[in-house]
Design a protein around this ligand. Structure first.
Ligand SMILES: Nc1ncnc2c1ncn2[C@@H]1O[C@H](COP(=O)(O)OP(=O)(O)OP(=O)(O)O)[C@@H](O)[C@H]1O
Length: 490
């Protein structure tokens, strides 16, 4: 076994075979190549604007054409030139190389090699993803993905995260979000951007001493100090991503009240109002159980208490069931013929979502013919009676105008994507476009970590200036001054 170290001089490194996907374990250890800077320079047309694929918080990503045995298109990540680095800490690029040189999986944007420039900065060469990011597909594509595609993406991402968590030692990604999910040539989802990832067991020094980091909106509220980190923080971020996939909503969106997708969606899921969280651009899936199941999985992933969240292995199994259900022609035919089959159900107690709710598994029973397809189970939410009192019905959340300078934002004409029906009343909401969330290095003051008790629940939002100049660019801090403990149970 040999693994690549960022400081190693060797040009080629092989991967820890333990972490290879099964079909690769027997024969091919993957190879990491050291490129010369000039080779990447000419492959990217001197890092030209034409080759620019995108810009992240740590640098720029370029498309590169390598002429090896055959023409190869790859992506090159070049870190921004900033002030002199603290030599003891790994840069995000070094961290990404270090991690990705040890793991390799079809659901990841895998490392192909690296180069070092004159200032000893590392450039990363990774697989090229020709179909953009999930963020773009969900939020700026004129043809948003349908349910089959969304379920497939969700399962593929879950498999990638599960693979990382099962590696030895585990890899915790810490920055799962839609802009870090890239779409490959087969239109499959891959998890990328390992700049903030950590590799180690929770008791390892590296994990115990690294300050919290992530992207606002996706960041686990229970992850406030290094010691809080576990694979369950990724599960939380995955849950946010799943809510984004279901609803087409940004993780934070000031068009909604509350702006955070989790605060908005979970009460709706708990009260069974699945239609409210369904992306209005694509409507309900043909089999509405698919929506319910996805929503319940998401709600379980975003529980405030990390220990109550499922492991990614469970999430993968649940999503496989949803995927199977979605792609089953038998189910689709019957679903089409009989509409939404809800009658003839047998309620099986499942596992509580929280103190006030229970998830019930509903197996379809009935005719022999129906029983055949009843292997496909659905999961539903029910309110229960606690201490003799039925839990008060949660009022539907009314979308309200965003907090902030809405006067500067024009109202758009009534359309389906922007309309919510509440008791027959169509409400047309103004649109505020948000720039996508950026990774934060850390939620830490320059000298010490935030005091856990003083931390405020806040979201930073940024308005972007549209080419027509109608929206102003500004940053806002929305602070929710509730005194609740960030470690409060749900
Ligand atoms: N392997 C790739 N193939 C094709 N395009 C890519 C690839 N990697 C990144 N990109 C593009 O470059 C953009 C910037 O990626 P990068 O990972 O640097 O930042 P980000 O994830 O968007 O933001 P942040 O750095 O805040 O996490 C992506 O949104 C994507 O459009």
């Amino acid at each position: 076994m040999g693994y690549f170290s960022c400081n190693a001089e060797s040009a080629i490194a092989t991967c820890d075979s333990y972490n290879l996907p099964k079909r690769n374990r027997k024969n091919k250890p993957f190879k990491i190549r050291e490129f010369s800077y000039s080779e990447l320079q000419s492959a990217t047309n001197a890092f030209s604007q034409d080759n620019l694929l995108g810009k992240g918080s740590h640098g720029y990503v370029y498309k590169a054409h390598l002429h090896q045995n055959k023409l190869n298109t790859v992506a090159v990540k070049k870190t921004k030139q900033t002030e002199p680095r603290n030599s003891s800490a790994n840069s995000p690029a070094e961290n990404e190389i270090e991690i990705l040189s040890r793991v390799h999986h079809p659901r990841l944007v895998n490392l192909l090699g690296y180069a070092v420039d004159n200032n000893q900065n590392k450039l990363i060469v990774v697989e090229f993803m020709p179909n953009g990011s999930l963020y773009e597909l969900l939020h700026s594509s004129s043809k948003p993905p349908n349910w089959a595609r969304r379920v497939r993406f969700a399962l593929q991402i879950a498999k990638g995260v599960h693979f990382l968590h099962c590696s030895n030692p585990p890899v915790i990604h810490r920055d799962i979000k839609s802009s870090n999910i890239l779409i490959d040539g087969n239109f499959s989802a891959r998890l990328g951007d390992f700049g903030l990832s950590l590799r180690g067991h929770v008791e390892d020094v590296i994990v115990k001493s690294t300050p919290p980091a992530g992207t606002l909106g996706y960041l686990d509220p229970a992850y406030l100090a290094p010691g809080d980190l576990s694979t369950k923080s990724d599960v939380f971020s995955f849950g946010i991503l799943l809510l984004e996939i279901i609803s087409g909503r940004n993780a934070i969106d000031v068009n909604y009240s509350p702006p955070s997708v989790v605060d908005w969606a979970v009460p709706l899921i708990k009260s069974g109002e699945y239609a409210e969280i369904c992306d209005p651009r694509i409507g309900w899936p043909e089999d509405d159980g698919v929506l319910r199941q996805l929503a319940v999985v998401a709600a379980r992933c975003v529980r405030k208490t990390a220990a109550k969240r499922p492991a990614m292995a469970e999430v993968v199994e649940w999503l496989k069931m949803v995927h199977k259900r979605m792609s089953s022609p038998i189910w689709n035919n019957i679903g089409r013929r009989v509409g939404r089959v809800r009658e003839s159900t047998r309620v099986v107690k499942y596992e509580p979502l929280d103190d006030s709710m229970e998830i019930v598994k509903i197996s379809r029973v009935g005719s022999r013919r129906n029983r055949k397809v009843s292997n496909v189970t659905s999961v539903e939410l029910r309110s229960v009676v606690i201490g003799g009192n039925r839990k008060q019905e949660i009022q539907p959340v009314i979308r309200s105008k965003s907090i902030g300078s809405l006067d500067e934002i024009e109202s758009e004409p009534l359309d389906l994507a922007n309309t919510r029906r509440k008791g027959g009343l169509a409400v047309n909401m103004p649109t505020v476009r948000l720039s996508k969330s950026r990774s934060m290095g850390m939620i830490q003051s320059s000298t010490r970590l935030m005091n856990k008790n003083n931390i405020s629940n806040g979201v930073v939002v940024k308005f972007v200036k549209k080419p027509n100049g109608k929206e102003l660019e500004e940053s806002k801090l929305l602070v929710n001054v509730g005194k609740e403990s960030p470690r409060g149970e749900n």
